[in-house]
Design a protein. Structure first.
Length: 241
């Protein structure tokens, strides 16, 4: 039973190992490449907190003269653990999505205490800074990484799709879904996806993935790897029918 993982190669390896435990053989075919973007932040000590929505911000944050006790808000537990491992001691996780992140920021920060720094990717939708600005917070946003689109699907993944060997594809972001749709069209693989199930990390991802015809689109209960693995395990037997 073959599946395709579209995350970056470093992120895919751990997931592939977990999927093998439930009988799924993974083909890693990243649709994005993460590139760090250097940045400078003036008077960084004046920010009351920092918002982080992706672990991809860490490489750039490490280059800043940042107090390791600075209050940080992460959207998910995995990112929070990574920052704690890097030595940051005041890290809080929303354990969910952007709405959960906004909730804990508002619970723990007061607009009068100073500005909030938002470290983001190049293609973020801007809902976080917009919502907090409307709530009276002074926001400063820095682009610290970008996701470059892949130009192809790996030969192994293409061959497995054309031979009808793939039962599922794992998609972790709306941008990844958009790029995958473009690559599917580019390599004329639309018909090969009709018997394939899309495993999506969130409803937002699923909405973008729905621009291509799948056997079915399944959505993880929570936007975490643990949750999407549970979904895969729950549906593994039905994938072959």
């Amino acid at each position: 039973m073959k599946v395709i993982i579209t995350r970056t190669e470093s992120d895919s390896k751990n997931l592939a190992a977990k999927l093998s435990e439930i009988g799924m053989h993974s083909l890693i075919s990243p649709v994005i490449k993460i590139v760090s973007v250097p940045t400078r932040v003036q008077k960084i000590s004046e920010f009351q907190s920092i918002i982080i929505t992706s672990k991809n911000t860490l490489a750039t944050i490490k280059t800043l003269s940042l107090n390791k006790k600075t209050l940080m808000f992460c959207v998910g537990d995995a990112t929070a653990r990574l920052f704690k491992k890097a030595g940051f001691s005041n890290v809080r996780s929303a354990s969910g999505n952007s709405e959960d992140l906004l909730r804990i920021v508002k619970q723990n920060c007061n607009p009068v205490r100073g500005p909030v720094l938002y470290m983001a990717g190049q293609n973020t939708r801007g809902s976080i800074e917009r919502e907090l600005s409307q709530s009276g917070y002074i926001m400063e946003k820095r682009i610290v990484y970008r996701a470059e689109a892949a130009t192809c699907i790996t030969d192994a993944a293409q061959q497995a799709l054309r031979y009808g060997e793939v039962v599922g594809i794992f998609i972790f972001s709306s941008r990844s879904a958009m790029i995958l749709n473009e690559l599917i069209r580019k390599f004329s693989l639309q018909d090969s996806l009709k018997p394939v199930t899309a495993f999506c990390l969130s409803e937002t991802v699923a909405k973008e993935a729905s621009n291509t015809v799948w056997k079915k689109i399944l959505v993880s209960q929570k936007p975490t790897q643990k949750s999407i693995l549970a979904l895969a395990k729950k549906t593994s037997k039905s994938l072959l029918s």
